[in-house]
Design a protein around this ligand. Sequence first.
Ligand code: TYD
Ligand code: MG
Length: 460
Amino acid sequence: MAKIKSVFICNNCGTTSPKWVGKCHACGEWNTYVEEVVSKEVTQEEKRRPWQGANVSQTGPKPVALPEIKAGSIQRLVTPDGEFNRVLGGGIVPGSLILIGGQPGIGKSTLLLQLALYTDARILYVSGEESEDQIKMRADRIGGDPSNCFILTETNTTKILNHAQQLGPQLIITDSIQTLSSPHIESMPGSVSQVRECAGELQRFAKEMNIPVIIIGHITKEGSIAGPKLLEHIVDAVLQFEGDQHYTYRILRTLKNRFGSTDEMGIYEMQATGLREVSNPSELLLSQKDDDLSGSAIAATMEGMRSMLIEVQALVSRAVYGTPQRSATGFDLRRLSMLLAVLEKRGGFPYGQHDVFLNIAGGIKVDDPAIDLAIVSALISSLEDIAIPTNICFAGEVGLSGEIRAVNRVEQRIQEADRLGFKKIYISKYNTKGLDLDRYKIRVQTIGKLEELYRDLFEE
Ligand code: TYD
Ligand code: MG
């Protein structure tokens, strides 16, 4: 097959060159050249008035009046993995292109091979990373029904799509986009232009054949899916698989979804036999302990649309060196510094002379501001060495002047705490609009300021 011509274009000034060069001769910038595929030659007249070319409107889609488009004809492919369906808004839409990103070793291949093995549909699993034997070994560990799952170890997109067309699967999974290479383009697999070209080919195939394609993408160190943002607008949905490698919990998040909400998340637990869906996260994230220990508090947080209770642990000890240490796992260090400054200024607590360590249980990362109240409670509890009873939880944001601010979906948080048998929840007094507090068994304590929290919790 003839190669499509490509040129190299400077990202900075737009100068073109037939070869890749490190330094742009026009603007002097380094490392700005990217490969672009140039389309076939057109005549001068076609270039000037492209809409008047011969047969322009003979092929391809034509404008259709919106009422004439049949609704409800889309049949989503519903997988047996409830978390996965939920994250995608109720299953896989035919013809869609879905990108799943995540750090190496987090479990992307496991998640999708498991999906392929347990879904009752013909699935083509393309792997450029592992051999057939390795995939077989993994499949044996995971279990399921392998009869409808086809494995192809190939990286050439033309060959892959050719096989796919012959096989006619209901879903294609490619692991990973960084290993694929299109014969139409010269760059190395994994380079920006290869990634873009391969994704483009997969997208056209998906749309034309109406077969959904899931692509796995590795994440760069900075946390973005490799090929800076470049795939995100090509694909219909972007999911991110994340978690701490030292813990077994994995979270699947929606970053973009053309067919559903982006507020969804799914939780899994990595086991020896693959990933298990976790439908009730709170019970797992609370450490089971009998004694009340100082420095620990429980937050009623929201992750996406789901509420869960998470334990916060703080350790405050007298600083040995002049500059006290601050360390936080699963929480933003700058926000911790801010909370410490608020406690010092508004409450007069001497954190300036203490080392502070903060840990969110389960290796979960939380950016819900409602966790603030649990964090300050844990910090005070550790400093004063007074334990907080384990049947109390918190949901509130702490402002710079020490005020406790309202948080979203407070009702859902209270319900979850109530359901799990907590006796008392602290929320902001500005958060009670429309709440019927008598509905719950749990006692809802409203507070407006840090002083009130301190008085209520530690002075009684
Ligand atoms: P993998 O799916 O290969 O990660 P990725 O494709 O994101 O790079 O997952 C690798 C890890 O998962 C590896 O450390 C082993 C672990 N694992 C299990 O704990 N149980 C299992 O059943 C499987 C298949 C893998
Ligand atoms: Mg993998």
